[in-house]
Design a protein around this ligand. Structure first.
Ligand SMILES: [Zn+2]
Length: 287
């Protein structure tokens, strides 16, 4: 009898436990290593994953919206310091300074934790930015302002040059993909996501009901400068069609043609390059 009672007690306890577990908010399951954003696996199989899709996947696992006590992530991967009065950085403010020879030299340090292969990938990302623009990445020697590239938690960067040392996180191995690296460098140059352009509603429809409730804020618009360049569906800074999808349904639909591909997997679009050249007034041929 006593054993039977003990068994019953055990069963009741188990039931209570399982009720508790099933009541846990679904977002807690992000902690499960099996979790991937809705539809991500299928798109990965079709080779249809954008740089931002990879960033979202990594950051939702490893970097929550709060990186540490004073830094939060905006739009999924833009670091914002709450403790410090941050300069508002859109378009022409907080640019890296230009040298008299017409180049913009961005000094950087690389964490010793990166392997040779990682270093090569990071350099490839730098090449992507330098190619056809006046930007040049140089190892830091005496420069006061520089990027401190570290394998912290997640893939993220501050927006533009903020003065002094600034961290750019490329977690290893999750962020070690050329497209992801290039995307984060674009933030460091001062660019926000393409679909947060102030005029984006003329070009895309945000499917609000399909967006994961907790991430609605990642689709805000900002007062950005378009640099007189057309809206760029294929920008490496564009969210993919299924970014932060709650149920695998699209969250961003192009207005003119639903089949236009959004975002970019590994390189800058032609317009991305023009953007760099206009923002930094590079004197390279701008065609
Ligand atoms: Zn980003």
């Amino acid at each position: 009898m006593a054993t039977w009672l003990a068994k019953m007690e055990q069963m009741i306890l188990l039931c209570v436990l399982s009720t508790c577990l099933s009541a846990v908010h679904p977002q807690n399951f992000l902690l499960s290593p099996k979790w991937v954003p809705a539809g991500h696996r299928e798109r990965e199989e079709h080779g249809d994953v954008t740089a931002m899709d990879k960033i979202i996947k990594t950051n939702e696992f490893h970097a929550t919206r709060i990186i540490d006590g004073t830094t939060t992530l905006r739009e999924g991967d833009i670091a914002v310091s709450t403790g410090r009065r941050s300069r508002i950085c859109f378009a022409r403010s907080c640019l890296w300074s230009k040298s008299v020879d017409g180049h913009v030299y961005i000094a950087y340090t690389l964490s010793a934790e990166y392997s040779d292969i990682d270093t090569k990938l990071i350099k490839k990302g730098m090449d992507n930015i330098e190619d056809g623009t006046c930007i040049r990445f140089v190892p830091q020697t005496h420069q006061r302002d520089y990027l401190d590239i570290q394998p912290k938690s997640g893939c993220w960067s501050y927006l533009g040059s903020r003065g002094g040392r600034q961290t750019l996180s490329l977690q290893n191995p999750d962020c070690m993909q050329v497209g992801v690296i290039t995307h984060e460098f674009m933030h460091a140059l001062g660019f926000v996501h393409e679909q947060s352009r102030f005029d984006r509603d003329n070009y895309v429809t945000i499917m609000w009901p399909n967006v994961w409730r907790d991430r609605l804020r990642n689709f805000e618009k900002f007062k950005t400068e378009s640099l007189d360049l057309p809206y760029d569906y294929g920008s490496i800074m564009h969210f993919g069609k299924y970014a932060y999808s709650m149920d695998g349904e699209p969250t961003i639909i192009p207005k003119s043609n639903r089949n236009i591909k959004l975002g970019q997997a590994s390189s800058l679009s032609h317009i991305d390059k023009l953007k760099i050249n206009r923002l930094y007034q590079c004197t390279v041929k701008d065609d």
